[in-house]
Ligand binder design. Structure first.
Ligand code: SF4
Length: 365
């Protein structure tokens, strides 16, 4: 994610460095479908079959917006916002067309670090053929513990034009991926929209997954209303002081609450097709941190109370010390999460009344 808690760039599993590979033929090597539809359904939870929607009629949200001309207008509006950037809650007011001095370090174009069929995501995203994941370089949330440091803090990757980004999306679709999973997209909403128009005109029909750290502005989400099918935000910290210490964003908890409420309003609870693959809705992630610094209990209570007990939640225990944590400045989180801490997090989810825990979390129960 932004730092993607628990989701490392996995080039050895089929991901390709964009520096090394021409766009024609990109990703061809990573095409490999796994498992069968029945096992995928099981992964996503037999208890919730009643929510499954029919696949046959599925159309991505952005198609209707395109037909009215609104998608192009959104892309133009987003591009215009770059000249005095207010795309995310940092409100840097810099001209990204000419300089890269905002907190996210990004300019006019997106930088793609890698793109591949990802088999490490939630079962309802990866399915049999993988989640078509595109990792963007840089990030608007500066997590000290980022597991993707080179990507998020150092901008490792290759700058792409809108046409090239569209081409990556189409190649992921051609591989059979179930969705386009945009990782760390908050600061590159404008180039994503520009690329989406081109990709759609060339046949893109997969659902879009907006996989962010939860530090998203309402202005950016308004641009994405009717564009994104699946929102997959993190809710990282409940306490403002902790968010300031670990992400340099004291307003993170309030921003995340607002953003997640808006995402829920736009897409509703997560729905799956008859193979158990996510089609539309909210999938929330929460990374358990050592020493309880994330405020897990308060977050899960809020989710159940404000969003509903049937909110699809992945409680994750993949935290590992990384990034600046290794330097000694953050010794209180310089250890993995213990089994006991994770068990208490699951108990908190149960106590809050949450009934749709992703199998990754439920399996540890
Ligand atoms: S997207 Fe980047 S430049 Fe724009 S407000 Fe956010 S951090 Fe600043």
């Amino acid at each position: 994610m932004r730092s993607l808690p628990g989701t490392q760039l996995n080039r050895s599993a089929g991901g390709l460095s964009l520096d090394a590979v021409p766009f024609d033929g990109l990703l061809a090597e990573s095409s490999r479908c796994q498992g069968d539809a029945r096992s995928v359904l099981k992964v996503c939870g037999d208890a919730f079959r009643y929510r499954i929607a029919a696949t046959v009629s599925f159309q991505p949200a952005y198609l209707e917006l395109y037909q009215t001309g609104e998608l192009k207008r959104r892309a133009e509006r987003a591009m215009a916002m770059l000249s005095d950037c207010t795309l995310c809650p940092r409100v840097c007011n810099v001209n990204r067309a000419e300089e890269r001095t905002g907190t996210c370090g990004s300019g006019r174009y997106a930088i793609v670090s890698s793109a591949f069929a990802h088999f490490g995501e939630e079962g309802c995203l990866r399915g049999r053929c993988g989640s078509g994941t595109i990792f963007f370089a840089w990030c608007n949330l500066r997590c000290a513990f980022c597991q993707n440091w080179e990507t998020s803090w150092e901008g490792e990757g290759r700058e792409v034009t809108a046409e090239e980004l569209a081409s990556v999306m189409l190649q992921l679709q051609a591989q059979g991926c179930h969705n386009i999973n945009l990782v760390s997209p908050s600061h590159v909403v404008a180039p994503i929209l520009a690329a989406l128009v081109i990709a759609l005109e060339q046949g893109l029909r997969l659902p879009l997954v907006y996989n962010s750290g939860g530090y998203d502005s309402l202005a950016a989400l308004a641009l994405l209303d009717g564009v994104v099918d699946i929102y997959m935000p993190d809710f990282k910290f409940w306490d403002s002081a902790q968010a300031e210490r670990y992400c340099a964003a004291a307003d993170y908890p309030e921003v995340a609450r607002q953003a997640i409420r808006e995402m829920q309003r736009q897409v509703g609870p997560l729905t799956l097709d008859d193979s158990g693959i996510a089609q539309r809705g909210l999938l929330l992630r929460h990374l358990v941190m050592p020493g309880g610094v994330a405020g897990t209990e308060a977050i899960l209570e809020w989710v159940a109370r404000e969003l509903g007990r049937d909110t699809y939640v992945n409680v994750m225990m993949q935290y590992r010390p990384a990034g600046r944590v290794r330097g000694g400045e953050f010794s209180e989180i310089d250890s993995p999460v213990s089994e006991g801490e994770f068990r208490r997090a699951l108990e908190a989810a149960r106590k809050a009344g949450l009934i749709r825990l992703d199998r990754h979390s439920a399996a540890r129960d």
